[in-house]
Design a protein. Structure first.
Length: 185
């Protein structure tokens, strides 16, 4: 495998005004293949993005370099969002790293959801994604529950401002490391 500035191959990261390309000479080599997979995966991208020299990030993964045009701005208050997440979402999801937090085992933790590339899209419209619609009310956003189908559980009832706070809190969370990319089976 060759990792070089410019030339042929996939662009894997950019930085120092240059782009760095990866060219795999032989996928038969298990180490090279799995390194290539890792480098182009979510976790590889995050590792590149997190790399710091003297507090500066010299390199950006190729995909993120493109996405930087439209950064997402979180206007909510993440400290309030943490409290709100515990109160409303923590009934089912693990939402903090605090020990002893109760949740429903089959429900994905916020950390696991955060590891998904499209976490923001999912959180932004969680109230239309199952199982939430039957028990979630966001003031002025969702329709009232149908009169013949009241919420089966104590509703999650929040305001749009509180929803922004929850999104701001989720934005601060470190994603769970879902894969061991360099482990061979
Ligand atoms: C009564 C239990 C319960 C509560 C309360 C709850 N959730 Fe969930 N949530 C679930 C379950 C169960 C899933 C997994 C659904 C699945 O896998 O199909 C889920 C999935 C999600 C997902 C991923 C959805 C998808 O399809 O990708 C997001 C995002 C989410 N919840 C956000 C929230 C937020 C934010 C709150 C609080 C405001 C909240 N949830 C409150 C049970 C709950």
């Amino acid at each position: 495998m060759v990792l070089a500035e410019g030339g042929e191959g996939t662009v894997v990261f950019t930085g120092q005004g240059r782009s760095w390309h990866m060219r795999i000479r032989s996928r038969d080599h298990a180490g090279a293949a799995s390194f290539a997979d890792w480098l182009t995966s979510e976790i590889g991208h995050r590792t590149i993005a997190a790399y710091r020299v003297d507090g500066e990030a010299p390199f950006a993964p190729a995909a993120v370099a493109e996405a930087e045009d439209a950064p997402i701005v979180f206007e909510g208050d993440d400290a309030r969002g943490r409290t709100l997440s515990r109160a409303h979402c923590g009934r089912c999801h693990v939402v903090t790293r605090d020990a002893g937090e109760d949740s429903i085992g089959s429900t994905p933790s916020f950390f696991a959801l955060k590891a998904l590339g499209d976490w923001y899209t999912r959180f932004q419209r969680f109230y239309v994604l199952n199982p939430h619609p039957v028990f979630t009310q966001i003031r002025g956003v969702t329709e009232p529950f149908p009169i013949d189908r009241p919420s089966p559980i104590v509703p999650v009832a929040i305001t749009p401002e509180e929803f922004d706070d929850i999104l701001a809190y989720v934005a601060t969370l470190a994603p769970a490391d879902l894969g061991g990319p360099l482990v061979h089976q």
